[in-house]
Design a binder for this molecule. Sequence first.
Ligand code: NZQ
Ligand code: ZN
Length: 388
Amino acid sequence: MLGNFSYHIPTKLYFGDDSLKYLNDELPKYGSNVQLVYGGGSIKKNGIYDDVMKILKDNGKNVIEDGGVMPNPTIEKLREGVRIAKKNNVDLLLAVGGGSCCDYAKAVSVSAHCDEDPWQKYYVRFEEPDCEIIPVGCILTMVGTGSEMNGGAVITNHEAKRKLGHIFGPEVMPKFSILNPVYTMTLPREQMVSGIYDIFCHICEQYFSGEDDNTSDYISEGLMRSVIHSSLIALDHPEDYEARSNLMWTATWALNTLIAKGKTTDWMTHMIGQSVGALTNATHGMTLSAVVLAYYRVILPNGLPKFKRFAEEVWGISAEGKTDEQVANEGLAALEDWMKKLGVTMHLSELGVTEDMFGDIINGTRNLRGGYKRLTRDDLVQILTESL
Ligand code: NZQ
Ligand code: ZN
């Protein structure tokens, strides 16, 4: 049952190989102080930094640089970003990068005018913002997280051994995002495939919940088929614009709340993966790919009809003459084959995980209730052991 809901995504998207020019339309809406958020330097190598800077200068902006946002942004970096925003009376946070830069900009946006420590307020007590929020805009260079059109802001606290996300509401979502598929073509292959698996996993996290007849599931199946199709083209031809643009668009729709409508949603692959990430600092998509198959094998008996539907509708497996379990397992085998083709991480040991880390990983895993099975500690030990 879809139930009752309101649906509001205020992010204006500009998509295509000429989309950067629309930054000229957006900048006049904001005051002059722009905090330019970027990562470890990829945008300086590929020229995006120069193009963005020129438009900022042409529009008379006072640019405050905030580079060095690391993959899996830390609480220490967030506190630094808050200091920069406060000191410079920032009017707009402009993130140029992947999910890490976009997430970080949103986290700064809700913290700069707030006297409390952001970790305590947003990642321990999970409170909603009650202070002025600085507007955020994104220029996306890495595809996967959906951060360009959602309220998610994932922050890592290595000292506390936690990597946690706060899902903020529409008031925190980017005001605008610029999506140019050409920008993603300089991504290293490892990041490209990690992002592709992240997209797919986001769709699965919403799909594998509930059993009713729900429009969201039909949309999800279409999105999953599109990711599989385009990924196989992008693997052989990374510069194929059609494939890269389809992946970029699918990533946005995979996690902008549309396909969560009417769903309880699962998210346990992410909860385990993020806990692994807190301890290893591994690439986000790889922390998911390393644990997902073991997790699905544990929950498959509880969600058998949906795993069977996944096999038939997403992977085209025929059910003729087979038991439901056989069909469902063939679906997981097809998923595994595709993941191996992509070249994503299939084992936790490849990320530096050892058995003596299991306790910390389990303690850092938020145990959610929306999926087919509420996991026990024994289930988690089994998943980690089989994923190792
Ligand atoms: O830092 P630079 O030098 O820019 O290099 C980055 C980084 O090393 C590089 N890169 C990005 N665009 C590039 C490029 N290199 C060459 N050419 C380009 N065009 O790629 C590396 C990874 O970037 P990052 O932003 O960290 O990746 P991603 O987009 O996967 O973001 C990961 C973060 O997002 C969070 C993750 O947990 C992680 O912290 N997530 C956010 C979500 C949300 N907002 O809803 C949901 C996701 O599930 C996820 O948890
Ligand atoms: Zn993800």
